[in-house]
Design a protein around this ligand. Structure first.
Ligand SMILES: NC(=O)C1=CN([C@@H]2O[C@H](COP(=O)(O)OP(=O)(O)OC[C@H]3O[C@@H](n4cnc5c(N)ncnc54)[C@H](OP(=O)(O)O)[C@@H]3O)[C@@H](O)[C@H]2O)C=CC1
Ligand SMILES: C[C@H]1O[C@H](OP(=O)(O)OP(=O)(O)OC[C@H]2O[C@@H](n3cnc4c(=O)[nH]c(N)nc43)[C@H](O)[C@@H]2O)[C@@H](O)[C@@H](O)C1=O
Length: 325
């Protein structure tokens, strides 16, 4: 990408003006809520927030009208159709269609109404199923995707490419971050459609409360996953808004991976469930391993702080206090 690099794109200091208008799309979700909290901690006073009911981001005319009237100076795209392996596998049309609509509407409107900088969030599922491990950014588009989430991945890849294209053609400061599997307060704890960590936390919790002897866990337990607490991700988002202005997307991971079996044992311990695990091997394992190489972000000066054990304790505290029992 050398000759098309981003040297000509002027970058502002994000943290210099805490009264700047910042639109966080998807602020009620796992990621968006953590970003809002982090921005408040930094002293930002002019956050623009719209719930899904107030602004459906799939509706192009509504998004255009919103941007024309609010003209946010900075935009962080944390709104998306999101789910775990089962949801991705079951609703492919939603995962490709809704995500393409949301991100295309936001990115184009932000550019056209004068937003200074935009950060788009993708996911580690953009990489080929059998990418080299740990996965460097340049493994993108070097092989076939994991079939259970290829629809979502294609939308996310399109988002990265759209940011790159607008940067190249319009000299506009659009960047992309690719987080690994996330978890934390405000996660989706749906029994089937959520990701593994909140799904297991809920299942172990309910089994403990009901005095059950067994909990069913999907797949073989052998796949490896890398987990990052959402507060670390929010910290990385602010860091990238301030310090990164490049054409290439950046990986955001913890650098630590566990098998699903190890994760299940850890969640079981944190929740305090004392029964047995039963593996339902009719459920898909998904990609065997997706550890990201986050050395580029580390090289810029950002590293995560929250261990998986501490993050699980924090998340279970939140779940116990907030989830509908
Ligand atoms: N969770 C994870 O493990 C990972 C997440 N990411 C990325 O982080 C971003 C946020 O994910 P996460 O916070 O987990 O997802 P959530 O589902 O928790 O939050 C998504 C948010 O987007 C909103 N939203 C969805 N559709 C629309 C719409 N049409 N109009 C307006 N708002 C809408 C949702 O509102 P509502 O609920 O009302 O629909 C919700 O507030 C996504 O881009 C995702 O790809 C990346 C890697 C891992
Ligand atoms: C973030 C990422 O998230 C998704 O990819 P995934 O990592 O495969 O997601 P997952 O968290 O749903 O599963 C991880 C592993 O865990 C196993 N597993 C066990 N028991 C349960 C269980 O009860 N629920 C779930 N969901 N999984 C379970 C499951 O079988 C699999 O082996 C994509 O949506 C993708 O789009 C994406 O970006």
């Amino acid at each position: 990408m050398g000759s098309q690099d981003n040297a000509a794109v002027a970058s502002n200091s994000f943290l210099a003006d805490k009264s700047a208008k910042v639109f966080v799309a998807g602020h009620r979700g796992l990621v968006g809520s953590a970003i809002v909290e982090k921005l408040k901690q930094h002293g930002f006073t002019n956050l623009i927030l719209r719930s899904h009911a107030e602004l459906d981001l799939t509706r192009q005319a509504d998004v255009e009208a919103f941007f024309a009237s609010e003209k946010p100076e900075y935009v962080i795209v944390a709104a998306a159709k999101v789910g775990g392996i089962h949801a991705n596998n079951t609703y492919p049309a939603d995962f490709i269609g809704i995500n393409l609509q949301i991100q295309t509407n936001i990115i184009d409107s932000a550019y056209r109404t004068g937003t200074k900088k935009l950060l788009f969030l993708g996911s580690s599922c953009i990489y080929p199923k059998f990418a080299p491990q740990p996965i460097p950014e340049d493994a993108l588009l070097t092989g076939s995707l994991e079939p259970t989430n290829e629809w979502y991945a294609i939308a996310k890849i399109a988002g990265i490419k759209m940011c790159q294209a607008y940067r190249i053609q319009y000299k506009w400061d659009a960047i992309s971050g690719m987080p690994t599997n996330l978890y934390g307060p405000n996660d989706n704890f749906h029994p089937e459609n959520s990701h593994v960590l909140p799904a297991l936390m809920r299942r172990f919790h309910e089994a403990k409360v009901k005095g059950l002897k067994e909990v069913v866990v999907w797949g073989t337990g052998s796949p490896l996953r890398e987990f990052l607490h959402v507060d670390d991700l929010a910290d990385a988002v602010v860091f990238m808004m301030e310090n990164y202005s490049g054409l290439e997307h950046l990986n955001v991971g913890s650098g630590k991976e566990v098998t699903i079996k190890e994760l299940a044992e850890l969640v079981k311990e944190v929740v305090g469930f004392e029964g047995d695990l039963v593996w339902d091997t009719t459920k898909p394992d998904g990609t065997p391993r997706k550890l990201m190489d986050s050395s580029k972000l580390a090289g810029l000066g950002w590293t995560p702080k929250i261990s998986l054990k501490d993050g699980l304790v924090d998340t279970y505290k939140w779940y116990s206090e907030n989830a509908k029992q």
